[in-house]
Ligand binder design. Structure first.
Ligand SMILES: N[C@@H](CCC(=O)N[C@@H](CS)C(=O)NCC(=O)O)C(=O)O
Length: 199
C-alpha cells in the first residue's frame, strides 16, 4: 500500500505513528506529495486535495487520516488503538477530534500568516489561535485521566509535537503542567520518537 506523505504534516505523522504501533509500517510504500503546489497530483487520490491519502494494494483509496489510521490499526494485532466499542471508543475518538481540530487550526493560522501582508487577516489568525489555545487548555483539563495508549492519546501527542515544531513561541507547556508531564513520558515511545517532523 502506498501513502502520499510529507515530513511536516501532523496528519501524516499520526498515520505513521499508528502504523508503527500496529507493526505494519514496513508494509507502507511512501510517496512524497506537496498538497500546496497548485499543480499537485494528490487530487488524483483525494479530490479534497489533502494528504495523507492511502492507496491499498487492490487500488482502492482511503482518506482522511482518521480513516487511514483505523484501517492501519485493523491490520495489526490486538490490542487496538481504536477501542472497538463502548465509552473507551467514544472517548478516544473525541480526543482524536480535539487533537485534529488543534492541528487544523494551527495549520490554518500558519498559512494565513504566510500570505502577503496586505492580504492577511489578523482576525482569522487570532481566531485560529483561540482554537489552539482552547484545545490545549481542554487537553490540560483531561490530562490527569490519560492512561496507556489509544488513537486519541497518540493524536494528542502528535498535535503537541506540531506545536513544538511550528509554534514554539506559543509555549504550550506554560500553565499546562499535567499535559507537559504526560507528554514528556508518552513522547518517548518509538512511534513518536521516530516520526519527528522536519523540513
Ligand atoms: N482532515 C484531514 C486534514 C489533512 C490536512 O489538512 N492535510 C494538510 C497537510 S498537513 C493538507 O494536505 N493541506 C492542503 C490543503 O489544505 O489544501 C485529515 O485528517 O487527513
Amino acid at each position: 500500500m502506498k501513502l502520499r506523505y510529507s515530513t511536516t504534516s501532523p496528519f501524516v505523522r499520526k498515520c505513521m505513528a499508528t502504523a508503527i504501533e500496529a507493526g505494519v509500517v514496513n508494509d507502507l510504500e511512501l510517496e512524497k506529495a506537496n498538497p500546496w503546489d497548485p499543480d499537485t497530483d494528490v487530487i488524483e487520490q483525494n479530490p479534497i486535495g489533502k494528504i495523507p491519502a492511502l492507496t491499498r494494494d487492490d487500488g482502492s483509496i482511503l482518506f482522511d487520516s482518521p480513516v487511514i489510521c483505523e484501517y492501519l490499526d485493523s491490520l495489526g494485532k490486538p490490542p487496538r488503538l481504536f477501542p472497538p466499542e463502548g465509552d473507551a471508543r467514544w472517548r478516544a475518538m473525541t480526543r482524536m477530534a480535539l487533537a485534529d481540530g488543534l492541528m487544523d487550526a494551527a495549520i490554518l493560522r500558519r498559512r494565513e500568516l504566510m500570505r502577503p501582508t496586505d492580504e492577511r487577516s489578523s482576525w482569522w489568525a487570532e481566531r485560529q489561535l483561540g482554537v489552539v489555545t482552547r484545545a490545549a487548555d481542554a487537553m490540560e483539563q483531561d490530562a490527569g485521566t490519560y492512561r496507556g495508549i489509544d488513537i486519541g492519546l497518540l493524536a494528542t501527542a502528535v498535535a503537541l509535537g506540531y506545536l513544538d515544531f511550528r509554534m514554539p513561541d506559543f509555549a504550550w507547556r506554560e500553565g499546562r503542567p499535567d499535559l507537559a508531564a504526560w507528554y514528556e513520558e508518552f513522547s518517548s515511545r518509538p512511534s513518536i520518537r521516530n516520526t519527528e517532523p522536519y523540513e
